[in-house]
Write a protein that binds this ligand. Structure first.
Ligand SMILES: Cc1ncc(COP(=O)(O)O)c(C=O)c1O
Length: 383
């Protein structure tokens, strides 16, 4: 894969290495949004069928992206917290049960568990990162597996850590959760689209992802997958369109007790969103053309030299086997302060994030080797 910078409208004077904060929009996605806005100028052209058509296409495309053939398990959500709330509200936990999370996980994948733990008397167990940077990712993964035990009812984690890109071995975690009968709920916000995820292989119980980062979509729309464990659950809201035969507009007030099949009951109200749905659809179509495997390989190819240079100058980056290439953390040598780093990168027009004790670098297909080398050069100048 080559640089896809021409598909975006980034400012040529800045070096944008901050997809984990927010991806830029592709021009094609911008256009889909504009068409969406225009569609409401003359609503006589918006048909009843239009309330359903793009969502069905979106399910198909997203199903291709994450290898999920049962597309009625894929629903639009406005946020990760929304998607997780549907999970949390359908768990039955008792005192002594354990919910396992990873240290410094993103709050939308923590607060829902705090709420149900408080209500049920279940305990939250947090798997902390090792103190030592030596084989940090490997050891952290071992700790996660060791922490899963017969009391564990739920493991909630990301595919990669949102702050430093540590890769979690979901195949092993799934195996261990199956052994103890625990659910596995994954936040894919920082990985879906840029790192392969295979629903058929991992068989998560839920996979929730915001659409505005590695999925390259707009803000306020994401996708959720719910597995069979939630087939008979109660959604956090009761929307007309999620009920059986909702396509029959003339019959909507013959209130229907049944839901649409699969997980469609969990889809957010007004999910037909005539602006955001076509935008996300367009973004995911492009991701399917690129394929997440190629996006990840591309990110790896443009980061290798810069990471090498940084390590030679005393910075620390996790080894490639235990981190992603679309999002990784750089830790500083002792004598350099984060303040000095911020000043230097601000002056150089290099955009990254600062999370915990890491510089969070998140390149994507609009970046090139030169962007990463620019970052490395700026950092080595102050080393
Ligand atoms: C890992 C992760 N999950 C979720 C979110 C966003 O959560 P929400 O959609 O609930 O605002 C972010 C935003 O930074 C994130 O990094």
């Amino acid at each position: 894969m080559n640089s896809q910078k021409h598909l975006f409208s980034l400012d040529p004077d800045v070096t944008y290495l901050n997809c984990a904060y927010m991806s830029p929009l592709m021009k094609s996605v911008e256009e889909a949004g504009i068409q969406g806005i225009r569609s409401k100028l003359q609503p006589n052209h918006v048909s009843g069928e239009d309330f359903f058509r793009n969502n069905e296409k979106l399910r198909q495309e997203y199903g291709r992206l994450i290898n999920c053939s049962d597309v009625n398990r894929l629903v639009v959500v406005p946020s990760v917290s929304y998607g997780m709330a549907n999970v949390a509200n359908n768990l039955s936990l008792s005192k002594g049960d354990e919910i396992l999370i990873i240290d410094e996980q993103f709050p939308s994948n923590v607060y829902p568990w705090m709420r149900i733990a408080e209500a049920s008397g279940a305990q939250i167990k947090t798997v902390s990162a090792p103190e030592s940077l030596n084989q940090r990712g490997l050891t952290w993964n071992q700790r996660v597996l060791e922490a899963i035990n017969p009391k564990t009812r739920l493991v909630a984690c990301g595919h990669i850590h949102w702050a430093d890109g540590t890769l979690f071995d979901l195949v092993s975690i799934r195996k261990r959760t199956n052994e103890v009968g625990a659910l596995l709920v994954i936040d894919g916000t920082q990985s879906i689209g840029a790192l392969p995820f295979d629903v058929a292989e991992i068989q998560p119980d839920a996979l929730i992802a915001a659409g505005y980062k590695s999925m390259m979509g707009p803000y306020s729309i994401g996708m959720a997958y719910y597995g069979e464990a939630f087939d008979n659950g109660i959604p956090i809201e009761e929307n007309w369109i999620n009920r059986f035969e909702s396509k029959d507009f003339a019959n909507l007030v013959n209130y229907n007790d049944r839901y649409q099949p699969g997980a469609l009951r969990y889809e957010v109200g007004e999910r037909s969103n005539f602006i955001l749905v076509p935008m996300l659809l367009e973004a995911i179509k492009t991701l399917n053309e690129w394929q997440p495997r190629n996006v990840q390989e591309y990110c790896q190819s443009i980061t290798t030299d810069a990471v090498q240079e940084l390590i030679e100058h005393g910075y620390w980056v996790e080894d490639e086997l235990h981190r992603a290439s679309n999002l990784f953390g750089i830790r500083l040598p002792d004598h350099i302060t984060m303040e000095a780093v911020k000043r230097k990168l601000d002056t150089a027009g290099i955009f990254v994030s600062y999370r915990g004790d890491c510089i969070r670098v998140s390149p994507n297909v609009y970046n090139q080797t030169s962007d990463l080398l620019e970052l490395a050069n700026a950092l080595t100048e102050i080393a």
